[in-house]
Each structure stands twice: as C-alpha cells, then as structure tokens.
Design a protein around this ligand. Structure first.
Ligand code: NAP
Ligand code: G4F
Length: 338
C-alpha cells in the first residue's frame, strides 16, 4: 500500500512537532508548513529528532495561492490545520491578524478542498477557549460557546465553518475541541512553561523572580503528546464528528506553581493578597513570584474543565499523563536545558 501523505500546518509549533513524530511512526509521509522567515525555528523538531524526516514547505498560511500550490504538488490525504496565532493575550493587541490566520485560513482550506476531486480529510484545531464564560461545571460538545477574546471568536468562526462545510458539501472535516495541553516543548509565553522555565532559572541563579497575572484562573491541563493521538483518531472514523479532548480535572495557576516548587524542593510561603500577593523563598527570604497588572487580560476565562466521554466512547481515547507527572516532566526538562 502506498504511504499516506499528511500536511501539518504549524509544524514548528508544540503540537505540530508531536503530531509529526506520531504520524511518522504510523508510516505517513509528513509535509509541514513553516514560515521560517529569517530565523530558524525548528528546535522542537530537532529535540524530537525528526527534523530530517519531514518535508518542510516555507510559507505563510494566509497566502492562499501557496496553499493551492501544495495541493497541486502533493497527493495529500489528511490535513491537520494547527497553524494559528495561538496566544490569547496577544489576540487583544492583534485582533485582525489573529482572525486572518485563525478564521480565514481554515475557510480557505475548506474552499480549496471543496474544489478537489480527491477526497481529503481535514482536522481543525478548535479550542476550549470557545466556551469562555460558560455556565456549566464541565464542558462538552453540546455546551454553548461564549468566547472571551479575539482568539476565541476567531476560532469559533472556524469551528462553525467546519460544521457548515461538512453539512453543505459532505467534506470530511472535523474540529477537535482541545483543552489546554502542555509539554517541555510548550512556548515560553504560556503560563505553564513561563513558570517551569522561570523556576529553573531562579534555582540556577539566572533569574531573580517571575511576574504573573491572574493566578486564580483554572485550566484543564493535559500532555500534548497524548492529545495528538486524538487528532489522528478523529480522522480515522467512518463519520466526521467534533470531539472534546481533555483530562476532566482542573487546577489553578497557583496550584501549578505549588506543585512545581514541591518538585524542586523549594521551601516557600504565599503572603499578601490581590496585586500584593507574593511567593517567598523561606530559606533566603527572596521574592520568587509577584503579581503584575500587565499580565491580566481585558476579559478572562476563569475556569475550564472538559468532559471527554464522547472521545472515550467513540475514539477509545483517554489521557495517559496525570497532572503531577506533566509538571514534573516540564520542570525536569527546563532544569536540564538551563
Ligand atoms: P504553537 O506552539 O503556538 O504553534 C503555532 C504554529 O502556528 C507555529 O508553528 C507558528 O509558526 C504557526 N503559525 C502561526 N501563524 C502562522 C502563519 N501566518 N503562517 C504559517 N504558520 C503560522 O501552538 P500549539 O500549542 O502547537 O497549538 C496548535 C494549534 O492548536 C493552534 O491552532 C492552537 O490555537 C490550537 N490549540 C492549542 C491548545 C493548547 O493548549 N496548546 C489548545 C487548544 C487549541 P511560528 O513558529 O513561525 O510562529
Ligand atoms: O497559558 P495561557 O496563556 O493559556 P490560555 O489563555 O488558557 O490559552 C491556551 O489554551 C487554549 C485552550 O484552552 C488554547 F486554545 C490557546 O491557544 C492556548 O494554548 O494562560 C492560562 C491562564 C490564563 O487564565 C491567564 O490569564 O493563566 C493565566 N495567567 C496568569 N498569569 C497567565 C499569566 N498566562 C500567561 N500566559 N502569562 C502570565 O503571566
């Protein structure tokens, strides 16, 4: 049987790298889009030792002509659209660029696929951020969306476009509604990595303290390596459907910090309230963490917790990595790297 060909947009990102590794193991030919520009940003592929095993195409996904050309050049079977302006905080400062990449690009893909004779399956990276200011304890595929940022509104547009094209043109297009997933390959701007890299550098005397925003926000954090398998499974079903992928547990940012300091055997105490809350190292009395208004968002998503029972039943998928192991994996990787 000829090898299947997968196109991954955003292969230089966290999920793109893990998914590429997963698909290579499944014997796919993996093509990845990467807007390399002037800098080299394939460190994740290098860490996973797959940088020479994937074909990278240098392009910005907002250039629709370049997308069309990829379909002319390669007989693509599956598209995983992971490229995005994925940082929620930035989306408040760059709402239009965020929407072009996150909302219009998926629509461009759907239009291109609609015009192909070949049957192409399409995976869209939807997000739990779409639930935003929800009213339920656990969010599933039937929970109403109430987006709280330009990032979330752009992803919601894409999400509904997928459903519309599926129903209107019978395209095999699905959205994975993934809750937060992290790893040692997570971008440093996201809270988990900001904490683990910051604490590692403090331990090694390379940084004084970490400044954070809302440490009471709660997230359902899973391991990215587990979640990419669910993406693939969604494209192997008979009928295209959307699925929530989560762990079903959540923790506050503060709990994440406490777990990380415990792993590092740092003796600490929280003092103060609100903007004056601080984490102090009780051995040397130095401030490790303090709160800075700058990191608060105009509108926040207070709490997310996913119900992944549909994925468990229909995809036979469940998360393998527990919260404590995830934090340990990230802390240890950052200690080693620094
Ligand atoms: P990430 O690490 O930020 O990766 C995003 C990727 O998109 C990067 O490779 C980035 O390239 C690329 N990209 C951005 N704009 C582009 C453009 N105009 N043209 C080409 N490539 C572009 O994100 P991730 O954590 O892997 O997430 C993957 C996808 O899942 C994203 O769509 C994200 O919104 C979604 N998602 C993530 C989570 C999560 O918790 N991780 C949860 C739900 C959904 P550069 O390296 O050049 O910037
Ligand atoms: O790590 P975060 O920036 O992730 P956020 O906003 O939940 O978004 C991530 O998960 C989404 C899935 O739900 C993805 F769709 C999205 O692409 C991205 O991967 O922030 C997590 C929480 C927020 O409540 C934020 O306000 O941490 C809070 N936080 C507090 N201080 C901070 C900080 N976040 C960051 N990044 N930096 C801080 O200093």
């Amino acid at each position: 049987m000829p090898k299947k060909i997968a196109l991954i947009t955003g292969i230089s990102g966290q999920d793109g790298a893990y998914l590429a590794k997963f698909l290579l193991k499944k014997n796919y030919i993996v093509i990845g889009t990467d807007r390399r520009s002037a800098r080299s940003n394939n460190w994740r592929l290098i860490e996973l030792k797959i940088d020479e095993k994937v074909i990278t195409v240098d392009l910005d996904v907002t250039e629709i002509n370049n997308l069309i050309r990829i379909f002319q050049k390669y007989q693509i079977d599956e598209v995983y659209n992971l490229a995005a302006q994925s940082f929620v905080k930035s989306s408040f400062e760059n709402p239009i660029q965020t929407s072009i990449v996150n909302a219009i690009t998926p629509l461009s893909f759907l239009e291109i696929i609609r015009c192909q004779k070949r049957k192409i399956k399409f995976y869209q990276a939807s997000t739990s951020e779409m639930f935003g200011k929800h009213m339920v304890k656990k969010q599933n595929e039937n929970t109403n969306f109430y987006p709280q940022s330009p990032y979330a509104t752009s992803k919601t547009f894409a999400h509904y476009s997928i459903r519309n094209y599926r129903e209107a043109y019978k395209i095999f297009a699905v959205s994975g509604i993934l809750f937060n997933h992290e790893s040692p390959l997570r971008g440093e701007e996201f809270i988990t990595r900001k904490i683990t890299i910051g604490l590692a550098k403090i331990m090694l005397g390379k940084q004084n303290k970490i400044k954070l925003g809302n440490i009471y926000a709660k997230r359902d954090w899973g391991f990215a390596g587990d979640y990419v398998e669910a993406m693939w499974k969604m494209l192997q079903t008979k009928k295209p459907k959307d699925y929530v992928i989560a762990t079903g547990q959540n923790h506050s940012v503060k709990e994440f910090i406490n777990e990380a300091t415990k792993i590092l055997k740092l003796k600490t105490i929280w003092v103060g309230k609100g903007l004056n809350e601080k984490l102090i190292n009780t051995d040397n009395k130095k401030i490790i963490i303090e709160i800075d208004k700058k990191y608060f968002r105009p509108t926040e998503v207070d709490s997310l917790k996913g119900d992944y029972s549909k994925a468990k039943k229909e995809l036979n998928w469940k998360p393998k990595t527990k919260f404590k192991n995830l934090v340990r994996m990230m802390v240890e990787a950052d200690l080693e790297r620094n």
